[in-house]
Structure formats: C-alpha cells, structure tokens
Design a protein around this ligand. Structure first.
Ligand code: AMP
Length: 189
C-alpha cells in the first residue's frame, strides 16, 4: 500500500512529479492547490474563500483545508492509497491527517521532500507565470509563498524525519530524471 506525502517549496516541481509518480504507482495524486483552483474556477463558496488567501500567497485556514482533504480521502479511488501533493503544510494539518488515517486504521508509508535551489525556484515560478498566468505567480506573491513555506511547512521535514518516514530527493534537473530519482527513492523503479 502506498500512502505518500510530497513536500517541497513552491516551484520545486511537486505538481509535475506528483502526477508522474502517482501514475506509475497506480494511486491518485491529490493536490490541494488543484482542488482549490478548481473551486475558484467554478465559483463555489470554498473557491471564493480560498481565493483571498491564494492571491496573497497565504495558506487557506487549516479547518477549511482539513475538511476538504478528509472528504477527498474517503472517496473510493483514495482508499487503496494516494500521493498527497501540497498537504499537509502546517503542524496542525499533520495532526489532523494523523487522525484521519488512524480513523481509517492506516498511516503514511513515506514522506518525500523534493529539494530545490532557491534561486532556481524563483526563476521557475516567474517562467510559469508567463506560461500559465497563475494569479499567485507574481514576484511579490512568490516571495511571500516562499516565506510562508519556510515558516510553516519547512519544520514538517524534521518532524517526519524524526518519525523515520522521510526521504529526500533532488528536484533539480530534467523532469524524467527527477521522476526516476523519486521512484528509486521509493523502491519503485
Ligand atoms: P500549490 O498549488 O500547492 O502551490 O497551492 C496554491 C495555494 O493553495 C497555496 O499558496 C495556498 O494558498 C493554497 N493551499 C494549497 N494547499 C494548501 C494547504 N495544505 N494548506 C493551506 N493552503 C493551501
């Protein structure tokens, strides 16, 4: 059974790699950012709430995010495993995820930190801004997202490391090579 979390700063390539690795492992890639963006696009109440935070590079409040993930993880395709991309991002979310999984009699199998060079990350995000026009890819918001990651999410690396769950993979370089590194680190190559 594969129940993975993918951690890493904005611009490390998590979304791209999550989709590729999940496909190889036969589990759904669950991206909280994608779910929020879909809600924004559809104009749901959740989307309206989330957008205010996303546009300024802040995290959507834990209660809202936790409820959304709890709902997603009970859907049939996630019962046999999953790859979480972009969740948990705070210590409160870690605890909540622990409870959700314990409630289902399961637990995480591995946490992967995708590492990236900070300069490269900003360059990648600015490039994505031009290509995809994401509202939160302006330079100011990118800097804020990196700060929020450092403050709130980077501490999760040592938390999961202390639990013996963490593997660290270099996210720099060619997309195909990074996927190979990830699969090798997960003993799935
Ligand atoms: P991402 O696509 O993962 O970079 O997420 C885009 C934005 O969605 C983030 O900057 C946050 O505003 C919001 N978001 C995504 N995941 C979470 C989360 N786990 N907790 C809080 N906010 C989140």
């Amino acid at each position: 059974m594969t129940r993975l979390v993918l951690l890493g700063p904005p611009g490390a390539g998590k979304g791209t790699q999550a989709a590729r690795v999940a496909e190889r492992l036969g589990v759904p890639a669950i991206s909280t950012g994608d779910i929020f963006r879909a809600n924004v696009a559809e104009g749901t109440d959740l989307g309206k709430l989330a957008q205010r935070y996303m546009d300024s590079g802040e995290y959507v409040p834990d209660e809202v995010t936790n409820e959304m993930v709890a709902d997603r993880l009970t859907q049939p395709d996630a019962v046999g495993g999953f790859l979480l991309d972009g969740y948990p991002r705070t210590e409160a979310q870690v605890r909540e995820l622990d409870d959700m999984l314990a409630g289902a009699g399961t637990a995480l199998t591995r946490v992967v930190e995708l590492t990236a060079d900070p300069e490269e990350v900003v360059a990648r995000l600015l490039n994505r801004a031009q290509e995809q026009g994401r509202a939160d890819d302006t330079e100011d918001v990118i800097r804020r997202r990196l700060e929020v990651y450092a403050e709130q999410t980077a501490p999760l690396v040592s938390l999961y490391s202390e639990r013996g769950l963490l593997v660290r993979v270099d996210g720099m370089g060619d997309v195909v090579e990074v996927t190979q590194r990830l699969l090798a680190a997960l003993d799935a190559d």
